[in-house]
Design a protein around this ligand. Structure first.
Ligand SMILES: [Cu+2]
Length: 77
């Protein structure tokens, strides 16, 4: 199933999607805070961090988040 991946306190650009060995580049770059990740897909991001500190990331489906699809990015100066 799909997973709407979200990062708190910053934005990112999707630079590449990989699925079944096929690499796809986006038609254009845009700043986002959520991206859908399809089953079996890898999504590569460039994340902008301008302040040090902890940032939470998680799947936006609450049941997935409760089951552990979340974590912390520790940004250091
Ligand atoms: Cu999910």
């Amino acid at each position: 199933m799909d997973h709407p991946f979200h990062v708190h306190g910053t934005q990112f650009q999707v630079i590449e999607r990989v699925r079944d060995g096929k690499v796809a580049k986006p038609a254009y770059l845009a700043w986002k805070d959520t991206v859908n990740v399809a089953r079996g897909e890898t999504v590569r991001l460039v994340i902008r961090q301008e302040q040090p500190g902890a940032r939470m990331y998680h799947c936006h489906i609450l049941e997935h988040e409760q089951l552990g699809m979340m974590g912390i990015v520790d940004v250091r100066a």
